[in-house]
Ligand binder design. Structure first.
Ligand code: APR
Length: 233
């Protein structure tokens, strides 16, 4: 049986594809107040602004391409059972060929009903507009987990991480809970790598090696070491 590698990713893995991170300088949360665009309260108060914000995000994702990091992660599937657990709402892991991708914070290319969370629709257009409705007649919203909302895939993420035989964390400030807490469910004896150009305070993750590189270079080098057998699981 193939050994299981879990890759936990954040905005930094898509940075080299031209998608802005949230908390770096020049990041999205410098430009926007989270409370105006990414909360249920914002949606109640100004749905037009919320839709505009996510329409812009969607357009950027559609025009972006997977980068070397997404491809290197997918290349590990040649020899390993690879599971990507991502906080990202883009589809760049999927487009690079990763087969098992769990989205913790939703998917920008899907819309969902604002009255029935089970009604989720792949989007045909680039934009959701005021007046676009679900089959029950309610306004469509982006299929995104907003601040203050539950993370439906959280338990699944924990289980996947707990079964990891190697864990790679890439491009996340590990600031946003509960998602960031998932990495703590990996077994202590399992080897872990963290790729990020910044020093990331990670609490007390055991057996962790930091690789202070951008995702593209860092992940390409790490994938080579894993596939060549230099790093043994
Ligand atoms: N390669 C790797 N990492 C990078 C790169 C790069 N080229 N550029 C930036 N980074 C790193 C930053 O150093 C930082 O640690 O990516 C991280 C981005 O952190 P955040 O902006 O906080 O993004 P993330 O951790 O994914 O945010 C979590 O917050 O607002 C929400 O829902 C949103 O899912 C998101 C969550």
């Amino acid at each position: 049986m193939k050994k299981k590698i879990v890759v936990f990713t954040g905005a930094g893995v898509s940075a080299e594809s031209g998608i802005k991170t949230f908390r770096d300088s020049g990041g999205l949360w410098e430009e926007y107040d989270v409370r105006d665009v990414a909360t249920p309260e914002a949606w109640a108060k100004n749905p037009g602004l919320v839709l505009r914000f996510y329409n812009e995000r969607r357009n950027q994702v559609i025009d972006a391409k997977p980068n070397a990091a997404h491809h290197a992660i997918a290349s590990l599937q040649k020899k390993f059972d690879v599971h990507v657990v991502t906080q990202n709402i883009d589809d760049l892991h999927e487009r690079a060929g990763s087969k098992n991708v769990l989205h913790l914070h939703g998917e920008i290319l899907k819309a969902r009903s604002s009255v029935d969370p089970a009604l989720i629709y792949p989007m045909k257009n680039r934009e959701i507009k005021i007046g676009d409705k679900c089959e029950k007649g309610s306004q469509l919203r982006p299929h995104i987990v907003w601040f203050g909302e539950a993370v439906p895939n959280y338990e699944l993420g924990i289980n996947i991480c707990h079964e990891a035989e190697l864990l790679i964390i890439i491009g996340t400030s590990l600031n946003v809970y509960p998602a960031a807490g998932i990495v703590h469910y990996a077994k202590p004896e399992v080897r872990k790598f963290l790729i990020d150009p910044q020093d990331i305070p990670h609490g007390s993750i055991e057996n962790l090696t930091s690789i202070k590189e951008k995702a593209g270079t860092g992940m390409q080098q790490l994938a080579e070491r894993i596939l060549s057998g230099e790093i043994v699981l």
